[in-house]
Design a protein around this ligand. Structure first.
Ligand SMILES: CSCCC(=O)C(=O)COP(=O)(O)O
Ligand SMILES: [Zn+2]
Length: 217
């Protein structure tokens, strides 16, 4: 068992579960975490991470709706034995293992993410060269940025293995990936940045759907 001792137990400033719950509520209100959809996590100093428990309504999370797990998926802390970590925890494990600077990993389901996942059959989806792309860390004129797409296998470990395999040889241009017919996952060096990345990428997806309807992109 790894030792993680928050300086003040359940303090809003030190316990990331409060900020994760706030973010989930915000995403729920945007229709990006409808019902139980999506999962959010935050890494702790000992490399374990808090992740949303599986099947919880994301608009009304409390601190007991989280599970603390290791990078290998071992459960360290939970409110009760019947609470399970997100069914997609292994994807968060892969992201934290591949990207040591990642402090948060957010996964949401939006209608637009599912629509744009059909704009190509390839492994990468080209994003429009919008100013918003700068918010994802690409400061180029007319940026040609693509987001990696993965197939939505029934077995989540297969999705995670494909993410791990592909990213081990080719790093993505932006800290985001799309699972076809499923949703987007972003990671960042802070919880605030992860929330911003979700908003930015969802804005870009909304633009792509609207632009396609207008015959632009
Ligand atoms: C209704 S969402 C289906 C499962 C899923 O894709 C998801 O993001 C939520 O799963 P979790 O186990 O994290 O609640
Ligand atoms: Zn999901």
């Amino acid at each position: 068992m790894l030792n993680y001792q928050p300086s003040v137990t359940n303090s809003k400033t030190t316990d990331p579960r409060f900020e994760l719950s706030d973010a989930a509520r915000y995403f729920y209100r945007q229709d990006w975490m409808v019902g139980t959809a999506g999962n959010l996590s935050a890494r702790l100093p000992d490399d374990s991470f808090w992740i949303t428990a599986s099947g919880k309504a994301k608009g009304e999370l409390s601190t007991s709706d989280f599970v603390r797990v290791t990078l290998t998926g071992e459960i360290l802390e939970r409110a009760s034995a019947n609470i399970k970590p997100s069914a997609e925890t292994i994807i968060h494990q892969v992201i934290y293992s591949l990207f040591p600077a990642a402090q948060a990993c957010y996964h949401v389901h939006s209608i637009e993410a599912n629509l744009v996942s059909h704009f190509t059959e390839k492994l990468n989806l080209l994003l429009p060269p919008l100013e918003m792309v700068k918010g994802l860390g690409v400061w180029e004129e007319n940026p040609q940025v693509a987001i990696p797409i993965f197939e939505n296998h029934l077995e989540v470990p297969q999705i995670a293995a494909e993410i791990s395999d592909r990213f081990s040889t080719q790093l993505p241009q932006v800290p985001a990936l799309l699972i076809r017919n499923h949703g987007v996952t972003v990671w960042a060096d802070s919880l605030t940045s992860a929330r911003n990345y979700v908003e930015l990428i969802e804005y870009i997806f909304r633009y792509m759907v609207a632009a396609r309807q207008a015959g632009i992109f």
